[in-house]
Write a protein that binds this ligand. Structure first.
Ligand SMILES: Nc1ncnc2c1ncn2[C@@H]1O[C@H](COP(=O)(O)OP(=O)(O)OP(=O)(O)O)[C@@H](O)[C@H]1O
Ligand SMILES: [Mg+2]
Length: 1079
């Protein structure tokens, strides 16, 4: 690729002053003018950019231009502020070096514009994205806001910055903006109350009145007419090319973008309106009786409106304008203010209000744009400070502004001229010293702690006694008289005594940029920057949150009697901090030059430019650059950067870095005069050489990239191929396996089919043979069987015939019996022992069996029935059984007793209290208790007696009294006699000779005869020492009555007297009992 060196080729004039030949002030200016005339406003001195203010818009700040300069080498294209911005941004992003852009030049030289160009370039080339774009927008939009409040039209510049601004833009490691921090330096607040002729107040006042809607103005109690406001200078209210109304909209829009809330914007506008109102408050003198003058407010309308705007009580503010309270050692002294003092107080309040509002704006913007993340930031600082200025009437503000510019010049000198030369010496490079003017001496005059002007001013301000601007000047005249750069008529230095250009109330300083005459008037006041406490307290009382915030010292709870630091002191301290900050960063210079004093394009005032070139030290800059080296770099990073240009140093150089760089340079055949080896750095004389190296490096990187690409592609293809190959082998293996498996299965199934056919055929053949064989065997067997059958039948025919009848008979009988039993099974009677049913007999020959079966069945079911009996029931049945054995078929009474249960104790003798005595008389358990009739022996009549039977005896007792009449031990009984009839007569016959036999036998009758006799019989059977009682059953038996034996005879006859049975004594020997006839 062809090397494009537009910096050096086809150039209008010389793009880099270092290459100017011959070098002189004239040729320098000529070159500048030539370029300026051809709209080339930027020229380099090495890496420093000289910028000429074109005073018109040029088509060189378009997005195309941004693209053109993006990522290009500094010297590659024609000089441009973008090249510097790009260089700074890339070195911040790629080399992690914090940067600062130092823009210097006098008022109107184009610093603010340059700073905006740098910011917009960086914003255009850095990262994009929703969040990043928001940050960028906020950073960029902070400019219009601050310009509206901090810039004003001066005679030198229609948009002159009246404050110093340093903005740190913070970036992350990728180079994307994260946020920023703005520092502001001393606003020229005196402008709020008074503007020099031909100048304006701050833009915002005019913008508000021109641009705000009628409604807003009404709310702010303002009038659109500028002339209504004392604080606005009228002769230059309209500025050519400035559209205040449009700018107001821009500012409001910008405030919104930056993040101001609607109510915040409103508060800000209210404060601006209040300042305007404040300016209209006028005072008139009023003499008091003690002869002193007092001030009174002329027209209270403005005061009232202002108080309404800020929410202040009118009387409080009115009082603060009339009195001043001085507090000292717990004492408060109030003095009245005269008219001049009242005006002073009013203006002080207006200035303070405005400058504090400005500082609040900066703080508020900072709040919005501050970086959100806490990671380490890379920082690019952009310094745009008010430029050096010389007015007709220069005061404290100009002194401060110019001091600041001195400091900047100092830092420029420090870093470009002195540092550079010192570095050559340090590095052992052959060097002839170049003279330059070092303004350190002027800085010292101003800022020296002991006898510097600012220190003197502070001393005066703090000194007790009468202090005026004149006493301050006197002090300067004494202390600084000998200083080369200090001039004063009254100094001890006699050479100025006759200098009429130097008024008595002035002093003059020879700044680096020219002599400036300062009028001391107001120095002490402005430095003190005091606001009467009554005013700050009145402000604090305001019912307006912003105002309250701005005057914290007005809080009565926080009264601080200590003096606040002076304005000069504060400024010196903040400039000191700024300088320290700048020294930690890599500086990039833009030196702005103003081509004419008329703010006009195309005019190049030679003398004016020459002056600036001189005081900016540009010639020295070029000389140092030319005598020196355009570029330097430590050996290690240099070798690291260019080592790929030489085979011996690539990829690694093992020796010391310096030797590596020497090898590199030799190998690249760079002419020896183009570079020098320092102790730790290599110095390259011309940018062209550096560019040559850079170009070679770029090409080499391209080649290397191609090589890397080549190797990578090769590797990638190889890897891909190997992967494909491996995959193919795997796929093939799997496919072959699959195909073989399929083939094998096919062969296997074919084989199985063939095998099955063969086996089938063989099996069928075998089956056929076996079937044939079996048929043969069956045929043989059948034939044999038939044959044997024939043989046997033939043999046994005679035997068969002889037995056939019996067999048939047996079979028939068997079948009949079988059928009989089966039939019997289904017609069985019930299991009740008294069920008399029984199936009829089918065949006569079964008669015996049938009867037996009936009996067996009956016995079996009786057994079954009995097995269910309880012990008591069993005993009852046993008694019944015994009764049956005794009486069945023997006595006609018996059948009627079968259904009667044997109750035993009919009298319930143990329970009935009537028989208690009787019961106790009997020892044994009573087996039977009943009422019987004792038959009188004499007449045969019956007497009722209680009959008790125990195990041992029979007791007869009186039925009524229960008295025992007779007790017969059972062993004394020999027998019992009863008739065969249905009567209940029985005779207990006693053994002869026994004790009981004395009275004779007992003839008794009972309804429960069967039971009584059975029980008596049973007792005899179960008692061991007793013989079993005999029971005689006959219709005639003898009864022993004492010595007589009487026969009791039973006859069947008709009963008399309704009695069923009647007994009658027939004679001494016979007792006849007639019993009804048995049916
Ligand atoms: N690059 C430029 N292109 C077009 N006009 C420019 C350019 N630079 C400056 N100007 C014009 O010059 C005017 C003054 O420039 P600028 O405000 O940047 O000066 P300054 O150096 O900041 O002055 P001060 O120190 O007073 O703030 C601008 O308002 C603008 O009209
Ligand atoms: Mg400016």
């Amino acid at each position: 690729m062809e090397v494009k060196t537009s910096l050096l080729d086809n150039m209008i004039g010389v793009g880099d002053m270092v290459l100017l030949e011959p070098l002189s002030e004239d040729s320098f200016l000529e070159n500048l003018q030539k370029r300026f005339d051809h709209n080339e406003i930027y020229t380099y001195i090495g890496s420093v950019v000289i910028s000429m203010n074109p005073y018109r818009s040029l088509p060189i700040f378009t997005p195309d231009k941004v693209e053109e300069y993006r990522n290009r080498n500094f010297y590659e294209l024609s000089p441009h502020i973008y090249a510097l911005a790009d260089e700074a941004y890339r070195s911040l992003r790629d080399q992690d070096k914090d940067q600062c852009i130092l823009i210097t030049g006098e008022s109107g030289a184009g610093k603010t514009e340059a700073s905006k160009l740098v910011m917009s370039y960086v914003a255009a080339v850095c990262g994009k994205g929703q969040e990043v774009n928001k940050v960028k927008e906020q950073l960029l939009q902070s400019n219009p806001v601050l310009e509206a409040f901090g810039n004003a039209k001066t005679v030198r510049n229609d948009n002159s910055s009246r404050f110093g601004k340093y903005m740190d833009i913070e970036f992350d490691f990728k180079g994307d903006p994260l946020g920023g921090v703005i520092s502001n330096y001393l606003l020229e607040k005196s402008r709020v109350v008074k503007q020099p002729r031909g100048e304006r107040n701050f833009h915002v006042f005019y913008q508000l009145l021109s641009g705000a809607s009628d409604d807003t103005l009404r709310k702010l109690k303002l009038d659109r007419d500028f002339s209504k406001y004392n604080y606005l200078s009228l002769d230059s209210a309209a500025v050519n090319g400035l559209d205040d109304a449009a700018n107001f909209r821009t500012v409001r829009n910008a405030m919104q973008i930056v993040g101001f809330m609607e109510d915040e914007v409103q508060s800000v506008l209210e404060l601006v309106a209040a300042v305007l109102k404040l300016g209209n408050i006028e005072f008139k003198p009023e003499s008091r009786c003690n002869g002193t003058d007092e001030s009174r407010i002329k027209d209270k309308n403005d005061l009232k409106e202002m108080c309404e705007l800020l929410g202040i009580e009118q009387s409080v503010l009115e009082r603060a304008f009339s009195y001043r309270t001085v507090e000292a050692k717990m004492e408060k002294v109030s003095t009245t203010l005269n008219v001049a003092q009242a005006y002073y107080a009013r203006d002080a309040l207006a200035k303070n209000l405005y400058s504090r509002l400005f500082s609040w704006l900066v703080t508020r913007i900072n709040e919005s744009i501050k970086a959100q993340t806490k990671t380490r930031h890379k920082v690019m600082g952009v310094l745009d400070i008010y430029g050096f200025e010389i007015f007709e009437d220069n005061s404290f503000e100009q002194f401060i502004i110019n001091y600041c510019n001195e400091k900047l010049q100092q830092i420029f000198i420090e870093l470009t001229l002195r540092e550079e030369q010192e570095e050559y010496v340090r590095e052992g490079i052959e060097w002839t010293n170049i003279e330059y003017f070092n303004n350190a001496i002027i800085c010292d005059l101003i800022e020296n702690n002991q006898n510097g002007i600012l220190a003197m001013l502070d001393e005066e301000c703090l000194r007790p006694g009468t202090v005026t601007d004149e006493t301050f000047l006197d002090k300067l005249n004494t202390v600084c008289a000998e200083h080369q750069h200090f001039e004063s008529r009254l100094s001890k230095n006699s050479k100025f005594l006759t200098d009429h250009s130097l008024p008595h109330n002035c002093f003059r300083i020879q700044h680096y940029a020219g002599k400036v005459l300062y009028r001391v008037e107001g120095f002490v006041d402005k430095n003190n920057d005091l606001l009467y406490r009554d005013l700050s307290q009145a402000m604090y009382k305001a019912n307006h949150s912003l105002i309250k915030q701005l005057f914290p010292e007005g809080n009565p709870a926080k009264v601080n009697l200590k003096r606040p630091p002076t304005a000069g002191f504060q400024f010196r301290a903040s400039v000191g901090t700024l300088m320290k900050n700048l020294q930690t960063k890599n500086p990039n210079y833009i030196r702005c030059i103003k081509p004419n004093d008329k703010k006009a394009s195309h005019i190049f005032t030679d003398s004016l430019v020459r002056h600036q070139v001189r005081y900016l030290g540009l010639m020295e800059n070029v000389r140092v650059r030319r005598a020196g080296y355009a570029f330097r770099q430590a050996y290690e990073p240099c070798l690291e950067r260019y080592k790929m240009l030489c085979k011996r140093t690539w990829p690694h150089w093992r020796g010391p870095a310096r030797e590596g760089v020497e090898v590199l340079m030799t190998d690249l055949q760079v002419p020896a005069e183009e570079f020098s080896y320092g102790r730790s750095k290599i110095f390259i004389r011309n940018p062209r050489t550096l560019f040559f190296l850079e170009e070679r490096r770029r090409q080499c990187l391209e080649d290397l990239a191609t090589l890397i690409q080549k190797i990578y592609r090769g590797w990638k293809c190889r890897t891909q191929f190997l992967l494909l190959k491996k995959s193919q082998v795997t796929v093939a293996a799997w496919y072959r396996r699959y195909a073989q498996q399929k083939k094998y299965k096919r062969i296997k199934s074919a084989t199985t089919v063939v095998q099955s056919y063969t086996r089938g055929w063989q099996a069928r053949k075998l089956l056929r043979e076996l079937k044939y064989q079996k048929r043969c065997e069956e045929a043989v067997t059948t034939i044999a069987a038939f044959w044997h059958g024939t043989q046997v039948r033939r043999e046994y025919r005679k035997f068969f015939r002889a037995n056939a009848g019996k067999k048939i008979y047996d079979f028939t009988i068997q079948r009949i019996i079988q059928k009989y039993f089966l039939n019997l099974k289904s017609t069985m009677p019930s299991m009740s022992p008294i069920d008399k049913n029984w199936p009829t007999r089918p065949y006569l020959f079964l008669d015996g069996v049938h009867t037996d079966l009936r009996r067996i069945f009956h016995l079996w079911r009786c057994k079954k029935y009995r097995s269910q009996f309880t012990e008591e029931k069993k005993a009852v049945y046993e008694e019944k059984l015994e009764a049956s054995e005794i009486f069945k078929d023997k006595k006609a009474l018996y059948p009627s007793s079968v259904s009667q249960p044997f109750k035993g104790d009919y009298l319930e003798i143990s329970k009935n209290p009537k028989y208690q005595k009787l019961n106790s008389a009997v020892d044994e358990k009573v087996l039977l208790a009943d009422v019987v009739n004792k038959i009188n022996r004499a007449n045969g009549k019956g007497t009722a007696r209680i009959f008790l039977l125990t195990k041992k005896s029979v007791v007869l007792a009186d039925q009524k009294t229960g008295q025992v009449k007779a007790s017969v031990p059972l062993p004394d009984l020999s027998s019992v006699s009863v008739s065969t009839q249905t009567d209940g007569f029985f005779a207990l016959r006693l053994k002869e000779g026994s004790a009981s036999a004395v009275k004779g036998d007992f003839l008794l009758s009972s309804e429960h005869l069967i039971e009584i006799i059975t029980k008596l019989h049973r007792v005899g059977a179960t008692t061991a020492d007793m013989e079993q009682l005999n029971v005689d059953i006959s219709d005639e038996f003898l009864v022993q009555f004492k010595q007589d034996k009487v026969c009791v005879k039973f006859i069947q006859g008709v009963p008399k007297n309704g009695n069923s049975v009647s007994c009658k004594r027939k004679n001494n020997r016979l007792l006849e009992v007639s019993v009804p006839t048995t049916p």
